[in-house]
Design a protein around this ligand. Structure first.
Ligand code: MTE
Length: 322
């Protein structure tokens, strides 16, 4: 099942741009009318994060797991990368055409040193580290992946974010000449994601450049993708071309498509089901186990990284801010 299938939107229902714009205007009009409240609608902004700090030892305990690894073949052929199609094998078949060099990233917004920077300069002075993380997809499957990457926070610091930088917004490349899926409106391209500043600076949050000690294959988001192990996999935005420090919670691709089903935080949580399926268990794709009939295991709160990350959400209503 792909996320698209999960949404069950027939192609006939994919909105024509003019209708989409009208709908946006209508929503804006609703938002502007002070007497109207939309029931079930979340507040505009969640409460600010608590001021907490984790120790380096606490962080390091999450850097590796000795669970059985998912094979290179499974990690690189069972993918979600809708820019190359919505079936799991589309990205490995179609993404070879993606040119990943030269590559640059535009960094801007609320910071002292904005600019467009070549990938090598962005990563200069940072040594890629191996991190073995669980990845839990919102669709109900999971993998154990040996990433290579640098802590996102170390990269962000170079741009000197200011006190207005409350969130970080990310954007993927969306080039229809290289990415056949972008010609179809499965997502409102480009793919976007976001993190709260403390989540972005957390030592577990990685900008991945490789896996299994090799450069990242295109289908996994080369040359640069986000990895946030305590969140559902769709937060791991691929082939990043823009990073922006912003004051307000940014719009994100899946939330934009179906806000009642995909929240901004998207922390793995077995106690908050997806509106149409349970999140209590996951199909663990690891070792020789068959992809589709792999054993189901219990899903853990924050994907098992609670010791490292739970304090960032103290006092937050996780049913509301899913
Ligand atoms: N990033 C972009 N740009 N486009 C996508 O379609 N899919 C997301 C995420 N990042 C996606 C993306 C989803 S739904 C998941 S589960 C992970 O990438 C999958 O990563 P993988 O294919 O490397 O396992």
């Amino acid at each position: 099942m792909s996320l698209r299938d999960a949404l069950r939107i027939p192609s006939s229902a994919i909105t024509d741009e003019s209708v989409y714009r009208q709908r946006r205007q209508l929503l804006a009009a609703f938002a502007a009318a002070p007497a109207l409240t939309l029931t079930g609608c979340a507040e505009a902004e969640p409460p600010p994060p608590p001021k907490t700090a984790i120790t380096p030892e606490q962080a390091r305990s999450g850097f590796r797991t000795d669970e059985e690894l998912t094979t290179w073949d499974d990690i690189t052929t069972y993918n979600n990368f809708y820019e190359f199609g919505t079936r799991k094998n589309d990205p490995s078949n179609a993404a070879k055409t993606l040119r990943t060099r030269p590559w640059s990233v535009a960094v801007g917004g609320e910071c002292a040193k904005p600019g467009t920077i070549a990938l090598d300069d962005l990563l200069k002075g940072l040594k890629p580290e191996e991190r073995v993380y669980r990845m839990r997809c919102v669709e109900g499957w999971s993998m154990v992946i040996p990433w290579l990457g640098v802590p996102l926070g170390e990269v962000l610091k170079k741009f000197e974010p200011n006190s207005k930088a409350k969130y970080v917004a990310f954007t993927s490349l969306a080039d229809p000449r290289q990415m056949p899926g972008v010609r179809y409106r499965s997502i409102n391209w480009p793919y976007t994601e976001g993190l709260r500043m403390d989540e972005a600076m957390h030592p577990l949050t990685l900008l991945a450049t490789g896996l299994y000690g090799k450069p990242l294959p295109q289908q996994n988001g080369a040359p640069l993708r986000l990895v946030v192990p305590w969140k559902y996999g769709f937060k791991g935005i691929k082939s990043i071309v823009e990073i922006k420090f912003v004051e307000k919670m940014p719009e994100t691709a899946w939330h934009d498509l179906q806000p009642s089903e995909y929240g901004f935080f998207s922390n793995v949580n077995p106690n908050v089901d997806h509106p149409r399926w349970s999140q209590k268990t996951e199909r663990r794709i690891a070792g020789k186990a068959s992809k589709l009939f792999a054993d189901r295991i219990a899903t853990r709160m924050y994907n098992g990284y609670g010791e490292q990350v739970a304090s960032m959400y103290a006092g937050l209503d996780l049913k509301k801010w899913f």
